[in-house]
Ligand binder design. Sequence first.
Ligand SMILES: [Zn+2]
Length: 436
Amino acid sequence: MFASYLPSVHPGALSLAFALALLLSLAIKFWLSSRQVRHVAQHRGQVPAAFAATVPLAAHQKAADYTVARSRFGLLNLAFSSALLLAWTLLGGLDALNTLVYDATYLRFGTMAYQLSLLLAFVVIGALLDLPWELYDTFRIEQSFGFNRMTWKMYVNDALKGALVGAVIGLPIAALILWLMGAAGSYWWLWAWASWMGFNLLILVLYPTVIAPLFNKFEPLPDEALKARVEGLMTRCGFAAKGLFVMDGSRRSAHGNAYFTGFGPAKRVVFFDTLLARLNGPEVEAVLAHELGHFKHKHVLKRMLTMFAISLAGFALLGWLSSQSGFYLAFAVQPNMAAPNDALALLLFMMVLPVFAFFFTPLSSLLSRRDEFQADAYACTHARGADLASALLKLHEDNAGTLTPDPVFARFYYSHPPATERLGAILAGPQAQTAT
Ligand SMILES: [Zn+2]
């Protein structure tokens, strides 16, 4: 349906645009990270004046070292993953993999088996190449800063379970989308989008009740005093949740957190045990009030609707691109003559799109920080601002977040305002917090 009034894809122009976007994004990422490393290292010697009374120098220096270590590791990983992306696309890796899988499966097992095998082979190769990086991250970096609590046995166990859950969930939805691409006519992308949305809603229901319990234990909040306090807050805010749970996050990591999951009547509040061990009652209440603020300002709903709209545009774009031979040729893939090219189109799309989407990062970071300020303001009117401030400072310290990020880096990437801005706004009072 598009072919009649949309331009056709010029392979040379698309490869060039991709190469330029990749180069530009790499240049920006390297520039930002080196700014961040320099800025944090420069301010390592002294706790910022606003925190001098509350943050010990040792904690400040640990945060600086952690930030620098993570940034350096991130840059190495970036160099590797960019080389890999080039190998898959412009250098012909996907085409080579496709030839192998096609020859091994198509004639013997048919269209769907060939396409699913191609997706699976790609995912498995990607996971194996990523494995050394993940191991280094968990058992070297996280370990050396005292955050990792995982043993090798747990790691292998998690990996196998994760792969199994991924296959059980991922293969059916992949098969459904591939089938729609082949059988639903020129508007397949609308059907595929609708299925994808349905799938996401299903995961939203299944995640807290079925998937997360496979990896962690969830127990009802045992502390009666805290429970009464939290329920008091929820009643004050007019919020109903099905339950308050404690998750044994400490089994894997020392990083603390609290979150809401589910929607409608299936909503539940989950506290990491690491969070409860660290914060006192009023602080837990303030953190929860912040999360309630996200709900009251409909941030969760807005994010979901935005995601729906963006994926509709994405599927429409894929609908057009997948019908263009130029799309495949641009990334050195020779389209199949006999078999459908849908799995190839999906893989190319998933590899190429993020390179272009990267340039929207500052916009999404900005919107997210605005939401955080709003949620903080809400928390200050329904709990005490001073409690929220001390809770945030403790969590910041426990996660070794730096108090002195590079301002440009923070503007670009930070989904949460830097601690100085955030605490400043909280302590200045609710009316001062509407501005970003
Ligand atoms: Zn938040």
